[in-house]
Design a binder for this molecule. Structure first.
Ligand code: 13P
Length: 258
């Protein structure tokens, strides 16, 4: 049985006081549910240390939104896995659509980042998802397959066990138009079958697949009710304590009824 996993991707939002308040609010609302659901928050780099402190003894995990694959050196502006661990991160988002499509990160670069994150002992949340024109052209399966095959190339089954995959259709991110539960389930199942063929059945059965893209307090329960939706990666709604807490509760309830 896969434990549900809710991630909050704060993107380039909050300020130092707001980030601390949000983290403290979440500990109050979510801590009692953490036996049933894993929760992580991913603030901007500059607030990681402050959020770590604000989380205190809570089991809410801390994640970064990106990292660079080299351990140290002359890479101006970049942040290494070791630095992330040093400030208390357990998770790192890799290949978010905004990094793929706004910043221009390639499958090859993301493969290097995934390998480096795993080797450093971070738990990657590896994002995949198609553009609107790719969905309209019925290329969703092909695009997601290629992103996973290239991104996870050369990663052994033992190492791949630390990965969470986040399926985030680009057309659903920040638009208010979420994938329907049926659309999410269809792609999640396809991803699980792909992983079974790349690795093996038991690996595919235990790997968690989050859905992301306009997930919110109102639609979390129906998304989480899908058999292969193991969690949500939440953007906008993760910036509001009450909304995020409702999402965490929906995840805990959805899977405890199974
Ligand atoms: P929204 O929830 O704001 O659509 O963002 C989703 C996302 O990109 C999470 O990584």
């Amino acid at each position: 049985m896969r434990k549900p996993f809710i991630g909050g991707n704060w993107k380039m939002n909050t300020d130092s006081a707001g980030a601390v308040d949000l983290a403290k609010g979440l500990t109050q609302k979510c801590d009692s549910m953490l036996d049933r659901v894993d929760v992580a928050v991913c603030p901007p780099f500059v607030y990681l240390a402050a959020v770590r402190e604000a989380l205190g003894s809570s089991a809410i995990g801390l994640g970064a939104q990106d990292m660079y694959f080299e351990p140290k050196g002359a890479f101006t502006g970049e942040i290494s896995c070791q630095m992330l661990k040093d400030v208390g991160c357990s998770y790192v988002i890799i290949g978010h659509s905004e990094r793929r499509h706004v910043i221009g990160e390639t499958d090859e670069l993301l493969n290097k980042k995934l390998i480096a994150a795993i080797d450093a002992g971070l738990l990657p949340i590896f994002c995949v998802g198609e553009l609107l024109e790719q969905r309209k052209a019925e290329k969703t399966g092909q695009v997601v397959k290629e992103q996973i095959e290239k991104g996870m190339a050369g990663i052994s089954v033992e190492k791949a066990k630390t990965i969470t995959i986040a399926y985030e259709p680009v057309w659903a991110i920040g638009t208010g138009v979420n994938a329907t539960p049926g659309q999410a389930q269809e792609v999640h199942l396809m991803i699980r079958q792909l992983l079974a063929s790349m690795y093996n059945d038991s690996f595919a059965e235990q790997l968690r697949i989050q859905y992301g893209g306009s997930a919110n307090a109102a639609n979390a329960a129906e998304l989480m009710a899908q058999a292969d939706v193991d969690g949500l990666l939440v953007g906008g709604a993760s910036l509001k304590v009450n909304d995020f807490a409702v999402i965490v509760e929906a995840a805990a309830k959805a899977k405890s009824q199974v």
